[in-house]
Write a new protein. Structure first.
Length: 568
């Protein structure tokens, strides 16, 4: 055999090197440990849809996602004509709306198809046209509520699934939500959850598995989020999770989707106890907005370290990093935007992008440390210098406790929903007085403001190549500082009222100081908004929606004013 020519040998070696590089890149983009990586924008119910790059299939595919979960109410795009002719009557506003919705979905699916992005629509079960419910509602209900055990309910659900995949065969599958059913954007539809207990879940899961996974070879992502007044919650209790899922045969297209928290996306809660157990494939849900509880990325609040490695206040520190050996965990599903009802609203996605990057890149590179991922983003995406990367990291790490301790405390649990979205509500803080820790809590809030002053100094010293982002870092950090100065005043006010109830004398000087400072801080906040076009919308104290029935905080201010007048 003749010896190979040196030039041919060099060419062969170069080819092998290129192949290895290509394979390495493919492995980097499609990590076999977490093969599923999905993204969703959850538009606020009843509000205009978010205009964001994260709704664009081409954009999120470029980021490395291989699944999109759009919230376009696909369950409302079916007429049920194949099930029963004219069930939804022709020549009615109801049917016209449904047909228009189908075309709306078609346009969005074509957009996804052009980029090769698999789509798994967020699907509320069970929502049907009002005319369907009017005709068959009694046959679908038991004790006045929808029941999956009723034959008519099963027929309607099967008909819905059949028409969805007939109209939109390119769908990769469905993502099922049963716990929260919102009809704000569907004027001609009605419905609610048809499942409540373990037996209901077993019934609907086996039906969906057969209709979606087996018959049509499509993926089914079944969310375990069991919202509402359910005692034995699917998403919280390992025994309930195992009882339900053990009654369903595994299928390569079937996944259970579970929030990373043992509850909602809140601090001061354990890691979800149902993740990593059972015989079924799982994916983990991570909201970049964390239930809309911590500013919704309108100001610094870094979740990358807490979600991947565990939060500082956790008794048992656990995060996504601890799931590596749990082979049934197949991926991560991030939520960008949404996860709430209202604002704050903003036009610069800087903090959203940073938090999203850490969670996404962790899923793609789970053996990298959080700090490595952070530095990569700051260096490769933001193009920051080493000095400024250190500053940004310090700012982000300070925000972890500056936000949490600014509005809550680990000394005593208090319902956290008093400050959801952009609302300041009048939360009852009498528990701190009863426990004798009121002064400690107030001191904690005062001390915590020092972290915000430090963060503001750091933000004002940071330099970025992108000057719009640089300005937003400065403005949004000042925004956060003023927000938490106002919250400190809310704590002082509500604790004062609780102390008055216990017989403590009214402190006129403290009341006047609170009122004057509250007014000054609002004036400063409004000036920040007026003078900076990038400033997010401000919180409101005159409304309190979805805040556990609390009154708006302005009612406390008025009460304090009245007490001051009365005691003068």
């Amino acid at each position: 055999m003749k010896p190979l020519k040196s030039s041919y040998l060099i060419l062969l070696l170069l080819s092998l090197t290129l192949i290895n590089c290509t394979n390495s890149e493919e492995k980097k983009e499609n990590n076999p440990r977490y093969p599923v990586l999905m993204n969703m924008v959850h538009h606020n119910p009843g509000e205009p849809r978010f205009n964001t790059k994260y709704t664009e299939p081409a954009y999120i595919k470029k980021l490395g996602y291989n699944g999109q979960v759009p919230k376009f109410e696909i369950q409302c795009a079916v007429t049920y004509d194949d099930y029963e002719a004219n069930l939804v009557p022709d020549n009615t506003p109801e049917k016209l709306w449904i047909e228009r919705k189908a075309h709306d979905v078609r346009i969005m699916l074509e957009n996804a198809k052009r980029t090769g992005m698999p789509i798994y629509p967020f699907t509320d079960v069970l929502v049907v046209p009002k005319s369907v419910m009017e005709k068959y509602g009694d046959e679908m209900k038991e004790d006045g509520r929808l029941s999956i055990h009723k034959p008519r309910t099963q027929e309607i659900l099967k008909a819905q699934i059949a028409e969805i995949f007939k109209k939109f065969p390119e769908l990769g599958g469905l993502t099922i939500r049963f716990g929260e059913t919102y009809l704000h954007d569907t004027p001609f539809h009605t419905g609610n959850r048809p499942v409540y207990g373990a037996e209901d879940h077993k019934e609907i899961l086996n039906l969906l598995r057969e209709e979606v996974c087996v018959k049509r070879n499509k993926k089914l992502f079944y969310r375990t989020w069991d919202w509402g007044k359910i005692k034995k919650k699917f998403h919280l209790r390992p025994d309930v999770y195992l009882e339900i899922t053990n009654a369903v045969e595994p299928h390569p297209n079937l996944y259970f989707s579970i929030k990373h928290v043992n509850g909602d996306f809140l601090r001061d809660l354990p890691f979800n106890k149902t993740i990593g157990i059972g015989k079924h494939q799982q994916i983990v849900e991570v909201s970049i907005n964390q239930a809309g509880m911590y500013g919704r990325n309108a100001h610094p609040y870094y979740i990358g370290k807490g979600v991947t490695e565990g939060w500082p206040e956790m008794k048992e520190k656990k995060g996504l990093r601890d799931l590596y050996e749990n082979q049934q965990v197949k991926g991560i599903w991030t939520w960008t935007w949404g996860d709430g009802w209202y604002g704050p609203y903003f036009g610069n996605e800087f903090w959203m992008d940073l938090n999203e990057y850490i969670i996404r890149e962790f899923a793609k590179n789970p053996l990298k440390t959080e700090e490595e991922l952070f530095n990569e983003y700051a260096q490769e995406v933001l193009k920051m210098s080493s000095e400024n990367i250190k500053k940004l990291r310090e700012l982000c790490l300070l925000s972890v406790n500056a936000v949490f301790k600014g509005q809550a405390t680990s000394m005593q649990y208090m319902q956290p929903w008093w400050i959801r979205d952009h609302f300041f509500s009048a939360q009852d803080m009498s528990i701190y007085v009863k426990k004798g820790i009121a002064n400690k809590v107030l001191k904690e809030k005062k001390e915590n403001l020092k972290q915000w002053y430090k963060m503001e100094d750091i933000a004002n010293s940071i330099s970025l190549p992108n000057k719009e982002d640089e300005q937003f870092i400065k403005v949004s950090t000042t925004y956060g500082r003023i927000k938490y100065e106002l919250i400190e005043l809310i704590f002082r006010t509500q604790i004062m009222f609780a102390q008055l109830e216990k017989g403590k004398p009214f402190n006129k000087e403290e009341a006047k100081l609170i009122l004057d400072t509250y007014d000054q801080k609002w004036n400063e906040w409004r000036a920040l908004k007026k003078n900076n076009s990038c400033c997010p919308t401000l919180y409101v104290d005159y409304e309190a929606t979805h805040c556990q029935g609390n009154k708006p905080f302005i009612t406390s201010i008025k009460k304090l004013e009245q007490l001051l007048v009365k005691n003068n």
